[in-house]
Design a protein around this ligand. Sequence first.
Ligand code: TPP
Ligand code: MG
Length: 281
Amino acid sequence: MADIQYLEQMATQVRRDILRMVHAVQSGHPGGSMGCAEFFTALYFQQMEHNTDFSMEGKNEDLFFLSNGHISPVWYSVLARSGYFPVEELATFRHLNCRLQGHPTTHEGLPGIRVASGSLGQGLSVALGAALAKKMDGDDKLVYALCGDGELQEGQIWEAAMFAAHNKQDNVILTVDWNGQQIDGSNDDVLSLGNLPSKWESFGWKVLIGEKGNDMAAVLDYLAQAKAASGQGQPVVLLLKTDMGHGVDFMSGTHAWHGKAPSDEQLANALAQLPEGLGDY
Ligand SMILES: Cc1ncc(C[n+]2csc(CCOP(=O)(O)OP(=O)(O)O)c2C)c(N)n1
Ligand SMILES: [Mg+2]
């Protein structure tokens, strides 16, 4: 079991990476990335049984699919810091012809990425396909996926939700980044999600609610609960309440930083709020 203080330090360092990556090229998506720093850190440093010696097939290891591909900065940071590729490569984020494209792709061969994502709504379906393949192969490891809450407005999500329950895909753990925000405003202003737990329940999923998605100890506990709920004939969804832009006072709790880069002054202000514990790239 990883030390919780180390994981918290890691999440802070990941936030520094996100901000520095997006600032350097003046483009990218810091808000959702910052809100999911605890989730990704807990997933890759504690929860998943995964192999940083990357293979596309990922047999006999847990897999992760990022459906809301725009939050690539948090994923790239955690992939690098958990050993998939050199941390220095984060400095190439969004450069032409680099492996760290704005939205993840497989073409460039970045270790850890198994499907292109960013066109919202598709990643859950991909994860379900991989999970079916695991069952057919007699591979008892799990498939994790993350969707945004605004992303749930895509119809394909609900086709996938039906499919997973029908096929009793109990080796799937979906997390929803329930930050209440999306590109242009709050979910409630743009297109309300209604009663989200009831919706997933009525689609036949086992529903867990994580109220404290930016509390490392709580996130570790939610993920452990989700794993314990797998293997019981139902797919599992963790509705994880997070704070978009978490960790920096002027970025927190708003959609304003969904896809906006900080200025030089804003970066300095933000980094002053996030101590460099583990070393910048
Ligand atoms: C199919 C599709 N439609 C629209 C977009 C543009 N888009 C990118 S992110 C986003 C908002 C998604 O909201 P959410 O999933 O809540 O992400 P958050 O803003 O919380 O990071 C939209 C509409 C897209 N990437 N794909
Ligand atoms: Mg959102």
